[in-house]
Design a protein around this ligand. Sequence first.
Ligand code: SF4
Length: 366
Amino acid sequence: MHLYLHVPFCQRRCSYCDFSIAVRKRIPVREYVDVVLQEAGQVGQAGFETIYFGGGTPSLLPPAGIATLLEKLRPRTTHDVRRTVAEVTLEANPEDVTPENAKGWRAAGVNRVSLGAQSFDDVVLKWMHRSHGAARIGAAVHALRGAGIENISLDLIFALPDELGRDWERDLDMALALRPTHLSLYGLTVEPRTPLDRWISRGATQAPADERYAEEYLTAHGRLTAGGFSFYEVSNAARDGYRSRHNSAYWSGKPYVGLGPAAHSFDGRTRRWNLRAWEAYRRAIAEGRSAIESEETLTDEQRELEAIYLGLRTTEGIPFSALRRLPASFGAWVFEESGTLKCTPEGWLRLDSLVNDLAMQTGIQQ
Ligand code: SF4
């Protein structure tokens, strides 16, 4: 079993973000911890192989709040979360990573931090409405290492509007120079009702062309591969032994439990998701009701298609035999290796359209 905890609080909204967040100056730590533990009681507990604090901004939770959650959510039969949970990840914004917080997180059982670096250019960070400056990223990595957290992932965003003049190669080099164990790369997408969407509608900025997306993705692929990383999923690259076990569980179709507003759970066949808004979620749990907003049960065909989609996202690929007939559009974007079909980096850029073609060919409703 794998556990995801959604921590919805942020101090401001980033210009591109449409996540389910609650912007708060003061974080209701006690209330959040109580309500999540109450939800955990409703859904029942299991022994968790990985725990992932995602958000929102989980690093706004003080170490004591994280310690309480980990203490209470550990498997019932054991006593030390550090011995029983293989990977405990905390998403953190660089400005929250002080030496004290890092030590507190480590003592609570966090052994992996995913740091929202995004860029090493202050102009770009300001445009994104991030609350950290570039200098904070290196300081955060230093503080984490000082506290004994060596497994550090950096998030970077690429394909930004031209007028920012962002130097993507410089950002990649700056990230590599910090010697992270893992990197996650996200292409900027324009989501409805975000500040970015409004800027584009009034002509203040332009969405970058698809060519920039492809070019920067392939540049990153080449540079990180040369730097000792291997892309094990379309957006994720790791040094040997540092793949994210939690995210790998999603991509291999394993069951997981999600707690907190907007969190998703999956039991292998049915996917359920919680109320998105913090207040609605909090009220439901406080009144003893379920926080589940809705659910969908996958048909056998949908599960088959999803397994193909997830497999092609990763370097695991899919058994060649999983496809009755290879759609013509797959052409040069896939290759076969010992009976397994895998995407090339160029194929990863077209993954959604490849899987759409496959769904159309097989007549499966996605
Ligand atoms: S910190 Fe993360 S979750 Fe919060 S607004 Fe920014 S991108 Fe969204």
